[in-house]
Design a protein around this ligand. Structure first.
Ligand code: RNT
Ligand code: ZN
Length: 417
């Protein structure tokens, strides 16, 4: 089937495929720098364990070991994905050199991210930011919730430094910076004091956000979690804590990571609940397999449903979408590309739904026809529209990019020690 034929089939349902393609090109999706090196970063010993209850598994060869290698890998990713990429950095990816030697996380400055700013500017990208509250000797193991005032202060200073860096990124790149606060603070076993850590957490967030920033340009978020590995019994920044915190201030938004809920809960159902109250929200899109395993994002039912909800809630410009997965068991660049392309596919699929018609059927109580139509939509000639989208972005269609990964692996990644 040709694109013209597919377009006509969609048009018969009242869907304009060209308009969907053009719309999708305007939606930024944040590309997480941490897929390239298994969340190690450059500011501490790269062989230290990953802490905070998150884990990467696998030891596929070719991990990026330096800023140059990571940037080269990101360039490869960008060359193979359609759509509007936004960078997403973690503070531990600060770049130190002779001119700007290593400083600890409480002393980070915008200049430690200048090379990233230049990287983004050269490519016309915006950039989101994340303070890094894990994999560091000052995690005791708590950070912002620590009862040790020196520890807590250190991490508050890191948070404030991150606000300043986020403001700089937004100013330099002319796009808002979503600054996400997530910590692994919690306990392996049953605590005796649940409220103490949560009150300290609140105080720490307030202290961090007392740093001045332009709320039109920097969007601080609170990301919740249900549990982590080694942190099974209690999480300080639980779903309720984060929702209430974001609600407590106009300048803080909720971030939902779809790996951070009980296994039968779905974030696709939570988006409309948040947007019934809030103008903005943020997402980390991942794939949890039995736990928050952070597998590569697929073109699967829940990711499609998530994207449909963003579209149906008219949220494409106020639900900030970021990827958050890390697979070290397969080619990391391929993992990056696969997940990014799949998210784009899900967004395009969502933009090709006859949402008004479906809503009307629901409101009329015609659940019979609603089911039939929703099922038939699954076998529409979506692949042709997807190929046309890739082409119109100047990026390879399916079947035309993996050989580039194989060549990159042979020429570049396999030569890394
Ligand atoms: C961990 C959270 C968090 C991290 C990144 C690296 O469970 O999802 O967002 O994955 O900050
Ligand atoms: Zn996350």
């Amino acid at each position: 089937m040709s694109y013209a034929e597919a377009k006509a089939k969609y048009a018969a349902l009242g869907i304009d495929t060209d308009a969907a393609i053009e719309k999708l090109k305007t939606v930024p999706v944040a590309l997480h720098c941490w897929q390239g090196d298994d969340v190690r970063g450059f500011d501490t010993d790269p062989n230290k364990p990953l802490t905070g209850g998150i884990q990467t598994t696998g030891n596929y060869p070719g991990r990026a070991r330096t800023p140059e290698e990571l940037m080269a890998d990101i360039d490869k990713v960008i060359s193979l994905v359609p759509g509007q990429v936004k960078m997403n950095l973690h503070a531990c990816y600060a770049i130190f050199d002779e001119e700007n030697p290593w400083v600890d996380r409480d002393k980070l400055e915008p200049k430690h991210f200048q090379k990233w700013v230049d990287f983004c500017k050269e490519r016309g990208l915006g950039c989101d930011f994340n303070p890094t509250f894990f994999s560091h000797p000052k995690c005791d193991p708590l950070t912002l919730a620590s009862p040790n005032e020196d520890t807590r202060k250190f991490w508050v200073e890191h948070g404030k430094a991150s606000v300043r860096i986020s403001q700089y990124l937004a100013e330099q790149l002319g796009q808002p910076c979503v600054m996400n606060i997530w910590t692994g603070d919690g306990f392996k076993d049953i605590p005796a004091d649940r409220i103490g850590p949560r009150l300290r957490y609140k105080q720490s967030f307030d202290e961090i956000l007392s740093e001045s920033f332009d709320p039109e340009m920097v969007y601080p978020c609170a990301e919740s979690k249900v549990f982590g590995i080694g942190v099974e019994s209690y999480t300080v920044g639980s779903a309720e804590w984060c929702l209430k915190y974001a609600d407590s201030r106009p300048d803080c938004i909720s971030l939902m990571d779809n790996g951070h809920y009980h296994p039968t809960e779905v974030v696709s159902d939570k988006i409309s609940a948040i947007l019934a109250y809030d103008k903005k929200m943020a997402l980390h899109v991942t794939r949890g397999v039995r736990w928050d395993s952070d597998h590569v994002v697929l073109f699967d039912d829940e990711t499609k449903e998530l994207c449909k909800e963003i579209v149906r809630c008219d949220g494409l410009d106020r639900v900030f979408i970021a990827l958050d997965y890390f697979d070290a068991s397969i080619n990391r660049v391929s993992a990056w590309v696969t997940g990014f392309r799949n998210l784009q596919k899900c967004l395009l699929f969502a933009l090709l739904q006859p949402n008004c018609e479906l809503k009307k059927l629901q409101d009329e109580g015609n659940w019979t026809k609603l089911m039939v139509l929703q099922e038939e939509l699954k076998t529409m000639p979506f692949g042709e529209v997807w190929d046309a989208y890739c082409e119109s972005c100047g990026k390879p269609a399916d079947g035309q990019w993996f050989q580039e990964i194989e060549a990159y692996e042979a020429d570049v990644q396999s030569k890394r020690g």
